[in-house]
Ligand binder design. Structure first.
Ligand SMILES: NC(=O)c1ccc[n+]([C@@H]2O[C@H](COP(=O)([O-])OP(=O)(O)OC[C@H]3O[C@@H](n4cnc5c(N)ncnc54)[C@H](OP(=O)(O)O)[C@@H]3O)[C@@H](O)[C@H]2O)c1
Length: 133
């Protein structure tokens, strides 16, 4: 595969929602997009429909992130853009109906998926994004 000036972009949680739409739009402008998903079946389906590459990655798992970073390293040698998207916007209710408990539950899931993943994914991917880091 000749990658030349192609931008290689990994989006976590890209099997649906905002991540999937970001993948669609970046593919349109010529990026090589790795559709990251924790569930292989959902991820493969989305990547297939988009014409992208599926990458299994669960940002809440050190082992999964390490395996995904290893695959990026061996297959592409670098990563240009990491979009740490995995997480949730649940519950999807208006402010008037949202209880404090529900808000904290959604916040907790997103923190565990995104804040934890930011550290894991950035630590794993930084050496490929910034040579020598
Ligand atoms: N939509 C909004 O209005 C809004 C507003 C502010 C911020 N955001 C943020 O934007 C991101 C995407 O939101 P969205 O509405 O597109 O969400 P979505 O449609 O629910 O998609 C979420 C994606 O993240 C994955 N995911 C969810 N919880 C996870 C967890 N605990 N561990 C690993 N992966 C997890 C999902 O995987 P599965 O399919 O396997 O569940 C899916 O791929 C989230 O981080 C959210 O906090 C969204």
């Amino acid at each position: 595969m000749i990658l030349g000036t192609v931008t290689i972009t990994l989006i976590t949680g890209a099997n649906k929602g905002l991540g999937r739409e970001a993948a669609r739009q970046l593919l349109e402008v010529g990026h090589t997009v790795l559709v990251g998903a924790r569930n292989a079946e959902r991820g493969r389906r989305a990547a297939g429909e988009l014409g992208a590459v599926f990458l299994e990655i669960d940002p809440t798992s050190d082992a999964s992130v390490a395996a995904a970073a290893g695959r990026v390293r061996s297959e592409y040698g670098r990563l240009d853009v990491l979009v740490n998207n995995a997480g949730t916007a649940e519950p999807r209710v208006g402010a008037a109906d949202l209880t404090a408990g529900e808000a904290m539950q959604g916040f907790g899931i997103t923190c565990s998926a995104r804040s934890g993943s930011r550290m894991r994914s950035c630590r794993s991917c930084a050496p490929r994004i910034i040579p020598g880091s």
